[in-house]
Design a binder for this molecule. Structure first.
Ligand SMILES: [Fe+2]
Ligand SMILES: [Fe+2]
Length: 135
């Protein structure tokens, strides 16, 4: 089983974003679990779509907050979000069209991107948002 619990290192200093990140990790865990249990296509599609939904909601909320507060690196941050959403959309489409089965390398890509993004890109906004009184 993948180690997908939330750890201190993922703390971005904003409570609601930490909670949303936990939700993403839970959705990732569901994907791994569905694969490990060799669940059917419908179930896999379901967990994949769930992650997409939570990602969209979270990334949009993060972007709104950064934009609203005049975050200097907003465009670069948004670019990274767009890249990921496009990838995920492609995965969901291809999976639906039976272009591939859900492999562990896809799950690994999703997991690595999310964790890397939280630890490297999201954490850059911590002091900025905190200085605006957002915790
Ligand atoms: Fe982000
Ligand atoms: Fe985030």
């Amino acid at each position: 089983m993948q180690n997908l619990g939330w750890i201190e290192e993922y703390d971005v200093g904003v409570q609601k974003f930490n909670e949303q990140h936990m939700q993403l990790l839970t959705a990732l865990k569901d994907i791994y679990k569905a694969m490990e249990d060799k669940q059917d296509k419908k179930a896999l599609q379901n967990v994949l779509n769930n992650l997409l939904k939570y990602c969209r909601e979270h990334l949009a909320e993060e972007e709104a907050c950064l934009l609203e507060n005049g975050y200097p690196d907003f465009l670069e941050h948004k670019k990274q979000h767009n890249f990921f959403i496009n990838k995920m959309l492609q995965f969901c489409e291809d999976f639906k069209d039976e272009k591939f089965t859900l492999h562990f390398d896809i799950a690994m890509f999703l997991k690595n991107w999310i964790i890397q993004h939280i630890m490297v890109v999201d954490k850059k906004y911590t002091s900025f948002l905190n200085s605006k009184g957002i915790h």
